[in-house]
Design a protein. Structure first.
Length: 338
């Protein structure tokens, strides 16, 4: 016979929020299916931002759904980042050639440092300079979520960088194709430019596919080369954060030198590079990774407060737009060097 305590046991507090995030991911998929030009992950972020502004939804977002949305934004994000590693093959990256590889790495580093400097110049608060630099230089909102987990930033602090990288990445989908022919780029060069200069993987696919399959293939490999930089950048941030903990409070619990999800990401890259995975495994992993990231980005999107962003976020907007222009210009220069 079932005990009274078991019969009255309630589900964990995170269940409603995670279920809401899953439903939102399905809605985002539906939007992408109806309008393929809108990347699924971009739709998920925008949907979260919209829901977060609705007066009748806000009590639930900040109340009953809050624990689950936080789990989605943090834990599910990390699992999604690990699975993202299965898309990477060291062989595919090597096929790009050393000039393209080195220029791609250089773009990431210069954009990261430049955006950090801009963030401090505009006196952005807290971890915002670091998070904006990470998102714009590496792989959009996914990178922001990964970095925020290491530096323990609050959801509200993470929300502005996510909104900015979504805005600029969405602009790229429309602006870069307009510039394709006036700049005299071939389809392969356009793919290289998109892969090196657009933030999120989904946004890269949505932009590069306009120039054909060859352009898309180049764009994805170049983009995933940038994604590979996520592991060392997050590891360095973890070391800095660890040192800060030691200096501030030697008795405090210190973050690991290499976060577990970063180690998992590296392991996934090695598996994809050296173990021939069946296509069904790759397909299932890609679907799961996309679903988890969509849920996570919806959770992050609900933390955005447009009234606060519009009232105090003009400096962050300026940093985002300047960083977007810098990475687009550097990527275009790299195209002509390759």
């Amino acid at each position: 016979m079932q005990s009274p305590s078991a019969a009255t046991r309630t589900p964990p507090r995170w269940v409603p929020g995670v279920a809401a995030a899953a439903l939102a991911a399905l809605v985002a998929w539906g939007i992408h299916w109806l309008v393929p030009a809108v990347p699924l992950l971009t739709a998920a972020v925008v949907l979260g931002i919209v829901v977060g502004q609705l007066p009748f939804a806000r009590p639930a977002v900040t109340g009953a759904l809050s624990p689950g949305l936080s789990v989605a934004a943090k834990r599910l994000m990390r699992i999604g980042v690990v699975l993202l590693g299965l898309k990477l093959s060291l062989g595919d990256i090597a096929d790009l050639g050393w000039v393209t590889i080195l220029s791609t790495v250089a773009i990431v580093l210069v954009t990261f440092v430049g955006t950090m400097w801009l963030g401090r110049l505009f006196r952005l608060p807290g971890h915002q300079p670091l998070l904006i630099a990470t998102g714009f230089s590496i792989c959009g909102a996914s990178a922001i979520g990964a970095m925020s987990g290491v530096v323990k930033s609050k959801d509200e602090e993470t929300a502005t960088p996510v909104a900015l990288v979504t805005l600029c990445g969405t602009l790229a989908i429309f602006v870069l194709p307009v510039l394709w022919h006036p700049l005299g780029l071939s389809s392969l060069q356009f793919g290289h430019w998109v892969g090196a200069g657009v933030h999120d993987v989904g946004q890269v696919v949505a932009t590069a596919q306009l120039a054909g399959p060859a352009s898309l293939a180049v764009a994805v490999v170049v983009k995933l080369t940038r994604v590979l930089m996520l592991a060392p950048m997050v590891a360095v941030a973890s070391v800095v954060e660890r040192r800060r903990h030691v200096e501030g409070d030697p008795a405090a619990k210190r973050p690991p030198i290499v976060p577990l999800f970063v180690a998992g990401f590296i392991l996934a890259v090695l598996v994809a590079s050296f173990i021939p995975l069946p296509e069904v495994v790759r397909s299932a992993s890609d679907t799961l990774q996309t679903a988890l990231l969509a849920m996570a980005l919806f959770g992050l999107g609900t933390a955005v407060r447009l009234r606060t962003l519009l009232g105090t976020g003009w400096r962050a907007l300026a940093v985002g737009l300047l960083s977007w222009a810098i990475i687009a210009a550097l990527a275009l220069a790299a195209v002509h060097l390759s």
